[in-house]
Write a protein that binds this ligand. Structure first.
Ligand code: BG6
Length: 505
């Protein structure tokens, strides 16, 4: 979240990416670093070292990266000259995370580059590996004194951070015994999205919102993150995760925190993170009776998506044919504090749904007294603020207006701030922002240890209830639908419906 141009240019930096041959590296991390390079946001002196067990030469490794970059970078295919210049800083280290020699070689690389650059570089260890390897790598980095200087060495941890509250606590305990909290960067890529960062700007850079942003004026809030894709080849991972661990525990609760947090005193990382964790602490932890009333789960069955027949979740690769894993979750949460008392927050997320879209809808209370005749208000809609995170990047304020004509007929219209119409050029990808922030040492958009634990703590009763009681009606929604009926009922019984935006053609 830099506000200064190029403060890192003069800071030599080394990235060690554990999991260098994985999809995350080639599809997200390398394109992000390359795009930062193109935009002048990389240090003048930098090195990227991919770490992995396969025997690759530097050339082979670069070739693999280039192939994915050409397919997945938001800027399209690489420009040969620029790629050559960038990738001359990229090397591969054959490594085994359990072997001391791996870390000795890293020590040598650091020594060599420090002397060539005549400077002590900033070193970023990016753990783009399965969570079961986090502890071994962290312990070895500490054992080999690779992260001893807290001003220069940082550890980036990908999600999932823990499988439940206990495992998250254990991982935090371990990391905090080896490094300082300010060296630990827990990634939640949603926080790097342009539209998500803008929630803070929108709320706290505009004076007209704050007076309305509370229980006196807001009726309810919806946060809906739906995906058209199924689990694809990630069945093995997803079986253990489900929608709650994959999306709610991190991304969706983070969105909720941004909407519900108190105004921070400053834009300091800890100040912002303190206000966010306050929200999690104020959220009502459910009893088993409340879980039945307020939380519903679903699993997709087979169906048709854009003229193509798709498998049900239980038929997907590496999925148990009798799986109890939820691919959909909807929950009505409450935040027990002065600002939000009595305002329901409805969250939903699911795979294989009719549309991929992430939307926050804030519905305001109705006018206190209606002066218009009933025929004028047939399409009446309470005011709504809609923050569309993706694919459309926009903020809309839905208001009532008079339809042109001789009679008095009202209908809802949108006051729209649309990124594509307002700004030329595309926005950086979440990983570009987050990698830059890692280099800058700015933790505002990263999860602090206590935040992760508070999110797990909130969800544990629901996770425990669902894992101990098998759902008898799975699959309960068809691919390409809006999820199970019970999710409609959850919100409809309060007189609302899930808000969706029409897809742009
Ligand atoms: C990841 C989840 O964290 O987020 C995936 O593991 C999910 O299952 C993805 O598809 C969604 O991210 P985005 O940026 O595509 O909305």
């Amino acid at each position: 979240m830099s506000s200064e141009k190029n403060p890192i240019q003069k800071q030599p930096t080394i990235f060690f990416i554990f999991g260098g041959t994985g999809d995350l590296t080639s599809r997200k991390l390398i394109p992000a670093l390359y795009n930062l390079y193109l935009d002048g946001w990389m240090p003048e002196k930098f090195a990227v070292v991919g770490m992995g067990r396969t025997l690759y030469s530097d050339e082979q490794f670069r070739g693999l990266l280039l192939e994915d970059l050409n397919n997945f970078s938001r800027k399209g295919k690489a420009e040969p000259k620029k790629w050559e210049a960038f990738s001359s800083n990229v090397t591969f280290q054959v490594s085994d995370i359990k072997d001391d020699r791996t870390y000795e070689e890293q020590t040598n690389t650091i020594k060599k580059l420090s002397s060539a650059w005549n400077a002590e570089p900033c070193i970023i260890y990016y753990l783009a590996v399965a969570p079961r390897f986090f502890a071994t790598i962290a312990e070895n980095l500490a054992k080999h004194k690779l992260a001893d200087n807290p001003e220069k060495a940082r550890i980036v941890i990908e999600k999932p951070f823990g499988h439940d509250l206990d495992s998250a606590k254990e991982l935090n305990r371990l990391l905090n015994s080896l490094f300082l909290e300010r060296q630990i960067y827990r990634i939640d890529h949603y926080l790097g999205k342009e539209t998500v960062q803008n929630i803070l700007a929108f709320r706290f850079a505009n004076s007209i919102l704050e007076p309305l942003w509370n229980r006196n004026h807001i009726d309810h809030v919806q946060i809906s993150v739906t995906e058209q894709l199924g689990v694809g080849d990630r069945g093995g991972y997803y079986e253990e995760a489900g929608a709650m661990r994959d999306m709610v525990q991190n991304h969706i609760l983070q969105l909720l925190c941004l909407v519900a947090m108190e105004p921070p005193v400053s834009f300091q990382a800890d100040e912002v993170r303190n206000r966010k964790v306050d929200v999690l602490h104020a959220m009502r932890k459910f009893t088993s009776e409340e879980i039945k009333k307020n939380a519903v789960r679903g699993q997709y069955g087979k169906g048709w998506v854009e003229g193509r027949e798709v498998l049900g979740y239980r038929e997907e690769e590496s999925v148990n044919p009798e799986s109890n894993t939820e691919t959909f979750a909807a929950i009505k949460f409450f935040i027990d504090n002065w600002r939000w008392h009595g305002v329901p927050f409805y969250l939903r997320t699911g795979k294989r749904m009719h549309q991929s879209s992430s939307i926050i809808s804030i519905q305001f209370k109705d006018v206190p007294h209606l002066i218009f005749p009933s025929e004028a208000i047939e399409s009446w809609q309470q005011n709504r603020l809609i923050i569309s995170i993706q694919p459309e990047m926009s903020i809309r304020l839905q208001v009532q207006a008079k339809r042109p004509g001789l009679g008095m007929t009202l209908n809802p219209v949108d006051l729209i701030f649309d990124y594509s119409g307002t700004y030329n050029g595309d926005s950086p990808e979440a990983y570009e922002t987050l990698l830059l922030d890692t280099m800058l040492g700015d933790q505002t958009l990263f999860m602090r240890g206590d935040q992760v634990e508070a999110a797990w703590d909130l969800l544990m009763p629901i996770l425990n209830a669902w894992s101990s009681k098998k759902s008898l009606n799975f699959p309960n929604y068809a691919a390409d639908s809006w999820g199970p009926e019970i999710a409609e009922a959850l919100i409809a019984k309060d007189g609302f419906h899930w808000f969706t935006l029409p897809l742009k053609k």
